[in-house]
Design a protein around this ligand. Structure first.
Ligand code: CAA
Ligand code: FAD
Length: 386
């Protein structure tokens, strides 16, 4: 196997690394404490091609491949997890969806501003009563005689909802058809009938703004339907396959930050007259962290590679994406936990970033499909059983 990267992939990784280390990491504590949306940093990511990495240049993106996206996401998440959440929704869930399923007019209209980071995109599937069981949605799109749709209902936990200009929305257009009755729509948040709820107070990724949104007689034209009517659930699932690679990359980047801090600390901190890294119990922790980190990184790169093959020749990469997300998110939880423990009392202090890493890691096991849902997807795909 060839594990080397192309010049382009290395270039975007280095751009992301520089911004992450020079701008994002130094401001992460501020944004975590204040919960403000990091608008200036996000604009900077956009100016450097990082908000639309796989978007072709003709639509304002960097025109790179999924492996480049994985590498860049890892770097940004190593700088700060919350920034990488905003980046991941823009790239994987918004741009990918419109590029793959949208019309030429939709690509021209909606992708450029989002890929350039001049506007923010969001993805709205979850509702108060339907998260994992996504087809149990109640948000309704009713077709009118003139071909427009009237949308009514609520979506919850929408990342970037408080700031998004455009949202890809999934709504039930024919209840009798279940999953095949769901349609995707492009929502312009400046149009009448769109409302935002309060921003959610969260354990971690506090700079990534999340809120409930509500539609009251919102009118979507036929031109704002994404893909075919009734194809919305397949679009959501296809987009989430790509999204899960983004979250796996995020988990790897975050785990790397915690791991590097731990390796430095065990060499500096002395106890019983020696560096704590010379104790076998601490060495075992370092070894276990390293194994899980490398496994997560390799599986995430494999998933990026599998998506690149599927982009060229069709086919699915659901299993590779779910394996990467499951492994990397559980590795991030394990590694941030162990890294905090290695720092003793200082790990628990807000004067060091370890407690933030630990809080941020938890979300990677929940959003874009919980760990239980990743296991369900993998096992269903492997056995063919339901
Ligand atoms: N690609 C394309 N089509 C797919 C697919 C995929 N990956 N997965 C399923 N489908 C198709 C199926 O083939 C099926 O099609 P047919 O009707 O033609 O047979 C249809 O979709 C329904 O599939 P299932 O019967 O498997 O559906 P299900 O109700 O059993 O649900 C599930 C499957 C995997 C549990 C799914 O509901 C799921 O992934 N749930 C988790 C939801 C989720 O991840 N939400 C994330 C929200 S976004 C977010 O979280 C963003 C963020 O934080 C930043
Ligand atoms: P539930 O589905 O109610 O699950 C509760 C528990 O039951 C979980 O442990 C789950 O794994 C388990 N469970 C459920 N079904 C099964 C099963 N079949 N087998 C085994 N266990 C099961 N959604 C969006 O659409 N867009 C976004 O931008 C977005 N951003 C988010 C940001 C944050 C910070 C958070 C917290 C959530 C976000 N979500 C978003 C929603 C997220 O995808 C859901 O929270 C997630 O899919 C789980 O759904 P739920 O919270 O309803 O939990």
């Amino acid at each position: 196997m060839d594990f080397s990267f192309t010049e382009e992939q290395l270039m975007i990784r280095d751009v992301a690394r520089r911004i992450a280390q020079e701008k994002i990491a130094p401001s992460a504590e501020h944004y975590d404490k204040s919960g403000e949306f990091p608008l200036d940093n996000i604009k900077l990511l956009g100016e450097n091609g990082l908000m639309g990495i796989e978007v072709p240049a003709e639509y304002g993106g960097a025109g790179m491949d999924p492996v480049a996206y994985v590498l860049a996401m890892m770097e940004i998440a190593e700088g700060d997890c919350a920034h990488s959440t905003i980046m991941s929704v823009n790239n994987s869930l918004f741009c990918n969806g419109i590029l793959k399923f949208g019309t030429e007019a939709q690509k021209q209209l909606y992708v450029r501003a989002i890929a350039e980071g001049k506007a923010i995109g969001a993805f709205a599937l979850t509702e108060p009563q339907s998260g994992s069981d996504a087809t149990a949605m109640r948000c309704k799109a009713t077709r009118q005689a003139d071909g427009t749709f009237v949308i009514n209902g609520k979506k919850s936990w929408i990342t970037s909802g408080p700031v998004a200009k455009y949202i890809i929305l999934f709504a039930m257009s024919d209840q009798s058809k279940g999953a095949r009755g769901i349609t995707a729509f492009m929502i312009d948040t400046d149009k009448p009938g769109f409302h935002r709820g309060k921003t959610e107070p969260k354990l971690g990724i506090r700079a990534s703004a999340t809120c409930e949104i509500e539609f009251q007689d919102y009118v979507a034209t036929a031109d704002e339907v994404v893909g075919a009517e009734g194809e919305g659930f397949k679009i959501a699932m296809g987009v989430l396959d790509a999204g899960r690679i983004g979250i796996a990359s995020q988990a790897v980047g975050l785990a790397k930050a915690a791991y590097k801090a731990a390796v430095n600390y065990v060499k500096e901190r002395k106890s019983f007259g020696q560096p704590i890294g010379s104790f076998q119990m601490i060495q075992a922790k370092i070894a276990d962290m390293k194994c899980r980190l490398d496994a997560a990184e390799l599986l995430t790169l494999r998933a990026g590679w599998a998506k690149a093959q599927a982009d060229k020749s069709g086919g699915r990469f659901s299993t590779e994406a779910a394996v990467a997300k499951l492994t990397a998110s559980e590795a991030a939880m394990f590694i941030t936990h162990q890294a905090l423990q290695i720092h003793g009392g200082m790990g628990y202090s807000k004067e060091m970033p370890l407690e933030r890493y630990f809080r941020d890691a938890k979300i990677t096991e929940i959003y874009e499909g919980t760990s239980e849902i990743q296991r369900l997807v993998i096992a269903r795909n492997e056995t063919g059983l339901r």
